[in-house]
Write a protein that binds this ligand. Structure first.
Ligand code: FAD
Length: 404
């Protein structure tokens, strides 16, 4: 599947940071990681750190799947607000899921430091505006629910929004804990660090078939060579259909653009990430080279040809919304792109084993918080492989109770 249309910003800006060899001879390992996007890279890093013998394989150049298209806002709040999630999965489950995301968010700066920095990581607050007055009660319920469970959030009235920004929202919820990153660079650094700890990384090697044996899994590749592993981690992002028959998520198309760099962002409330309550929503952040990055306006289809055909219209719509929100900031579009994206019924990812796939773990970090979910997934998979259990695995298992 073609995961990206148009011109994603990060690979243009960063260039080809590193290349890995194709797999030319059959190999054996303890764990094979299928996919070298941010998810596979995090899994490989965690396992290599724990001393596990890992092979990573990708059919593309590493980090050029969905990861290179990501707008890379880092938030602990998932697409389903906490006050709704409690009705879908129960209060204890919902709060633990939010806390797991919060812990993942706090882990990313530590990883950034360990890897030497330079990944555009920056802490920020996240401002979610009520798109309409009718959304205010729901947003206030969310504020109360998050406060009740110890999350640091505050309310911005229309007057405060008008004082501190040009955002035309009738109210907003501001979460103190959020961040942003360049996931393309971060993925490269994770793979480099995992390689330094013994992980073997191969790109441009497509896995065409998987067979199970009593002792593990064999991956057959388009180069005619095989990978034999005791465990397989499927980190193929939105291309999981060949490995999992079940239709657990809905694939959609999403769109983004970056502007030309600007010296000032008059009317932007500080360095905050901005998003809104409308569905589909628009979200905004700044880049560390002084651009505005705007994304959203998802379409309920993932056909790459249709996505490419929609790109111009979606770019115009995103730019128009930007001008409504920040009329004092010129919106000169530099690059625009579209990508595949997935939603789950409760907004939580699927992580762990599935009865249809022996010796295999899945890391399906679907949803607006894909990167945060990948951090959680990497820890869970490491613990399941190294210790046989993980405290948080039950939160994201395939057969979790769903009241949707
Ligand atoms: C436009 C856009 C904006 C986004 N914004 C955000 C955001 O602001 N915040 C956030 O947290 N998340 C965001 N996301 C989601 C986030 O980008 C994804 O969750 C994340 O990049 C998924 O990473 P991944 O490693 O799982 O998948 P990918 O990066 O797609 O990596 C999977 C890899 O598997 C490889 N692969 C697949 N099949 C095979 C095979 N048969 N053989 C070998 N290799 C194979 C692919 O080549 C690919 O490189 C956004 C996504 C998009 C598209």
């Amino acid at each position: 599947m073609d995961l990206v249309s148009g011109s994603p910003f990060w690979p243009l800006r960063n260039g080809l940071i590193a290349s890995y060899p194709g797999l030319d001879a059959s190999v054996e390992c303890h764990v094979a990681v299928l996919g070298a996007g941010i998810t596979g890279a995090l899994v490989a890093w965690e396992l290599a750190e724990a001393g596990v013998d890992v092979v990573v394989v990708d059919k593309r150049d590493v980090a050029t799947g969905s990861t290179c298209a990501s707008t890379c806002l880092l938030q602990y709040e998932v697409d389903t607000p906490l006050h709704r999630l409690v009705h879908l999965v129960g209060e204890a489950h919902a709060v633990r899921a939010y806390r797991a995301c919060y812990a993942a968010l706090k882990k990313i700066p530590r990883l950034d430091r360990v890897l030497g920095g330079g990944h555009g990581f920056r802490r920020a607050e996240s401002l979610q505006g009520a798109s309409r007055a009718a959304h205010l009660p729901g947003l206030r319920r969310e504020l109360e629910m998050r406060r009740l469970h110890g999350f640091d959030v505050e309310w911005w009235s229309r007057a405060r929004l008008a004082r501190e920004s040009t955002l035309p929202y009738p109210g907003a919820l501001v979460a103190r804990d959020a961040a942003q990153i360049d996931a393309h660079r971060f993925t490269h650094s994770l793979l480099r660090a995992a390689s330094a700890r013994g992980a073997r990384v191969y790109d441009r090697t497509r896995v065409t078939r998987r067979t199970s044996t009593r002792g593990g899994v064999t991956l057959h590749t388009d180069r005619g060579v095989k990978i034999r592993a005791r465990r397989l981690v499927v980190a193929t992002g939105y291309e999981t259909a060949p490995y999992l028959a079940e239709g657990l998520s809905k694939l959609v198309s999403t769109f983004a653009l970056v502007t030309e760099p600007r010296a000032h962002f008059s009317g932007w409330p500080g360095e905050r990430l901005i998003w809104e309550t409308a569905r589909p929503y628009v979200y905004l952040r700044k880049t560390d080279d002084g651009r505005a990055l705007i994304g959203g306006y998802d379409e309920p289809a993932c056909d790459p040809r249709r996505r490419a055909a929609l790109l111009e219209r979606k770019t115009t719509a995103l730019a128009r919304r930007f001008r409504q929100l920040l009329p004092k900031v010129p919106c000169e579009v530099a690059y625009a792109w579209g990508g595949t994206f997935a939603e789950t019924p409760d907004g939580l990812p699927y992580i762990g084993a599935h009865p249809s796939a022996p010796h295999t773990f899945f890391t399906l970090g679907y949803g607006g918080n894909g990167i945060t979910f990948s951090v959680i997934a990497a820890e869970i998979i490491r613990d399941l492989i190294c210790e046989g259990r993980s405290r948080d695995a039950e939160l994201f298992r395939f057969d979790r109770p769903a009241m949707v």
